[in-house]
Design a protein. Sequence first.
Length: 316
Amino acid sequence: MAPSISGLHHVTATVAEADPDVRFYTRVLGLRLVKKTVNFDNTGVYHLYYGDERGRPSTLMTTFPYAGKGLRAGTKGAGQITVTSFSVPPGSLEFWKRHLAARKVSFTEGAERFGEHSLMMEDPSGLNIELLEGAADPRTPWASAEIESEAAIRGIHGVTFVVRRAGESIRFATEVLGLKVVEQTGRRTRLGVEDRRPGSYLEVLESDHAPDAVNGLGTVHHVALAVAGDQEQLAFQERLRTMGYQVTDVRDRQYFRSIYFREPGGILYEIATEGPGFTLDEDLSELGAELKLPAWEEENRDAIEAALPPINPHSE
Ligand code: ZN
């Protein structure tokens, strides 16, 4: 049987300072910090994961705070994910306007698309973040006293990426990944899984005028799609190789396993397994409390901790 994508897994961005990043995603957007670890490919940098209570696939936003590490600000443009959209319940945008104003986050109302309304803002590093009031979303949110469950983010709704020729990207997503065209308007196409769920959408936006994207601070690095397990992942790896695409070996990301490849428009995709998940090395109630390192880095813990900046998520 052909392997299938179950939805988005996570979105990963290169950001600036860690401390404002944690405050924005936990206090402004109300997500839970579910894991505090390091970039396994560069242990001088945190890897922060935000999501629902247990960091389920499709709720996860992850960041690499690279401030002070010699990276310049990136350029948003063609060949890149330019907007990350979070799903909020119908009727909740009025709450969000008051909440954002109280938190001194400036926002604009997004142009209606596919009949849906949104608020647009930038995170502290300049990433474009959208709160999208879409169809009913059954995912259980992480709620707090300040952002109650009636308004809280359900998870990621989808991402928008810009390419020069949408046709090639759409063909790749449908023929190689098995996604469906959900809706189309002008030069924007929404792709998703068969049952059209928030948390599974990729919006392809074709543009002649957008600058060429440059990776750097304040840009999205990649989007990860979820598969149930190792077998599906290996089947996709085999399919990509058979069709002539470059794809990496399986990488152990501790909380899931990953393969990476580029689609024709230049977007970096990852396919990640749903498990084993974030309770692998912390209890559910303690997620995100401690700096967690993979076993092979434990012997370097003192040096790694000394080099990382402090995070004070509860400071204002
Ligand atoms: Zn990733």
